[in-house]
Write a protein that binds this ligand. Sequence first.
Ligand code: NAP
Length: 410
Amino acid sequence: MSFNTKSSALLRCWGSRFWRRRRQQLCPLEGPFWSCFGGARPRPILDMSYSRHFLDFQGSSIPSSMKKLVVTKLSSNFREAVALRQDAPVPLPGDGDLLVRNRFIGINASDINYSAGRYDPSVKPPFDVGFEGIGDVVALGLSASARYTVGQAVAYMTPGSFAEYTVVPAKQAVLLPSVKPEFLTLMLSGTTAYISLKELGQLSEGKKVLVTAASGGTGQFAVQLSKKAKCHVIGTCSSDEKAGFLKSIGCDHPINYKTENVGAVIKRDYPEGMDVVYESVGGKMFDLAVNSLATKGRLIVIGFISGYQNPTGLQPVKAEMLPAKLLKKSASIQGFFLNHYLSEYKMAMEHLLTMYESGELVCEVDLGDMSPEGKFTGLESVFRAVDYMYMGKNIGKIVVELPNSVNSKL
Ligand SMILES: NC(=O)c1ccc[n+]([C@@H]2O[C@H](COP(=O)([O-])OP(=O)(O)OC[C@H]3O[C@@H](n4cnc5c(N)ncnc54)[C@H](OP(=O)(O)O)[C@@H]3O)[C@@H](O)[C@H]2O)c1
């Protein structure tokens, strides 16, 4: 098809009754529609293939409004902070964007840090929430259509995924072979483990690696990647079922901290201490991990989940002893925050996807089937899913499924 034919088809679609209605919803103020974009007339934004679906197949139409979760009050109590909106306008993709109909969304420990405004204290409610999702491209901007098309499966890490539809900059999307929740486990949890251990872990054969919250979303990858590097891996968890899962993914020594004294076990079985610690629990577990460090040991601070529900977001640690303890062992502690390592992101994702596709990596998903009220389905269940995480019940990455409300061919 020539450019002109395509352009006129795009313009036809752009002028359709549906999109006129959408434009009015998104820019209800007076003046031409493109004044919303700083006065510049926008380029037509819909891909031709979408217009065909939209015009020919009633079931694939995009509704004008959708459900989404919105932070209405800053609080680390997710239920207090967040409200379900039933009638939010479906957002419009810009020139370089995709409109993604979400099929699976990922729950992260930091969702409650985000709802408490700890990521950017200058942002005031209401604001969107949810870090990552996976779904189908249902519309896209013209520039984005150079690389993407309607119907493709993509994953993304963009704020605002707790919604039926999310606008995703095409540059931040990852093209997938299909919509499967396993891929979602890699986006944030998998890449965090991969990049932090690669950049800061200095893993090599025979090193002793301690992973805390080892059976969780990111812990499962820290365990497996350390094993791939031929390390000896010790993982903490809170139940025998989780310990069984850890064994199944190669963890050499799971420790159920509810029934065993982790410090005593490490002292007894590993008198030389830990070469690397992947630490995400904080508080007493952090203190214990510091005490367990070997000479020249490295502790990577991934998070401190045990403090997130506190008003400060923190759990006290024995900080006054820290300089002496580190000096005595020439040990080090370093923080890792994924957002500071985005230059490594693409490489990490490609590597992890290849590992998963070739059967070298387990991507454990917890869809809530074993939770008290059953599977996490629909945006309403995000609240239950967050509770479930903070009850420490999940094995693998917690994922919420958003069932397709339309009988779509896409
Ligand atoms: N730095 C980064 O860029 C980055 C990126 C992703 C995640 N993280 C961090 O990694 C950690 C894990 O996050 P995730 O999203 O993957 O969650 P997750 O590990 O899937 O789930 C949380 C698990 O943490 C354990 N846990 C230990 N103490 C807990 C407590 N007091 N309250 C609740 N859970 C507790 C529980 O397992 P057991 O008790 O059985 O061990 C629970 O199942 C968090 O600290 C998070 O902030 C950091």
